[in-house]
Design a protein around this ligand. Structure first.
Ligand code: URA
Length: 238
């Protein structure tokens, strides 16, 4: 981890502030002053500020969570939030959901305390795919699929083209799979509403390389190290 980030996460202020401390020569690593904020701190190295040993920041945590309907994806709200499922974990106050799912929506949500990775995963330049299973009222015509894939203006900015296919037709409903490459507000619902269809159920199945798998509503599991590496590796600009 970079030295400026190491200090910031250990509680020494923002990255800007920790950079300044480093440039001033207040930070020592293994008994020597280091004035490079980009210096990579290796596991076990002694870092000191003003000759006082710094407690290394704790490991970042990543959870794959099945958000049930009825919870809001924020950390504090008058309504029940997704973080309530994590309250019994140590340092749960640091955890937050990555991105949004509507209150009535369900499915895969990444919950972490890694602000930097979260920020990158949500940045539109990486176009991280989000796959949804969408149940709409009525019979959705095959010919309209291409219209779902069109870009349209949303809050003054065009959306990035989506992908859509029909999975199943049920009595009074059509089930579709929709892939978005950005996370704009109510995007799936708005796509269908433009074509006169109401979304009755919305479930996120995938986020980048992560899959909901066998989790049940309200359940979560820790990501394997390999899965975190895959998440990082998926952040390439195409
Ligand atoms: N699109 C929506 O309309 N709602 C969500 O929660 C996610 C995508």
């Amino acid at each position: 981890m970079r030295l400026d980030r190491f200090l910031s996460e250990a509680g020494f202020g923002t990255r800007k502030e920790t950079k300044k401390m480093i440039l001033k020569g207040r930070v020592w690593v293994e008994g020597r002053p280091v004035r490079d904020p980009a210096y990579r701190v290796k596991p076990g190295e002694r870092v000191e500020v003003d000759r006082k040993l710094v407690e290394p920041p704790s490991e970042k945590r990543y959870f794959l969570f099945y958000k049930p309907p009825g919870y809001v994806t924020s950390t504090q709200d008058e309504l029940p939030t997704v973080i309530e499922f994590f309250r019994d974990l140590p340092r749960s106050e640091r955890l937050f959901p990555v991105g949004r799912l509507d209150r009535d929506a369900e499915g895969l949500l990444l919950v972490t305390d890694d602000g930097e990775l979260a920020h990158r995963l949500l940045h539109p330049k990486y176009r991280v795919p989000r796959v949804y299973e969408v149940e709409v009222e009525g019979e959705f015509p095959e010919e309209e699929l291409s219209r779902l894939e069109e870009s349209f203006p949303l809050r003054g900015r065009p959306t990035f083209p989506a992908r859509a296919r029909i999975l199943e037709r049920k009595e009074g409903f059509t089930v579709l799979e929709v892939t978005l490459y950005e996370g704009r507000h109510h995007q799936v619902k708005r796509m269908f509403s433009r074509l006169g269809f109401r979304v009755a159920r919305l479930k996120r199945l995938r986020f980048g390389p992560l899959e909901l798998g066998e989790l049940s509503p309200g359940g979560f599991r820790k990501l394997e190290e390999e899965e975190v590496r895959e998440l990082e590796a998926s952040l390439t600009i195409s």
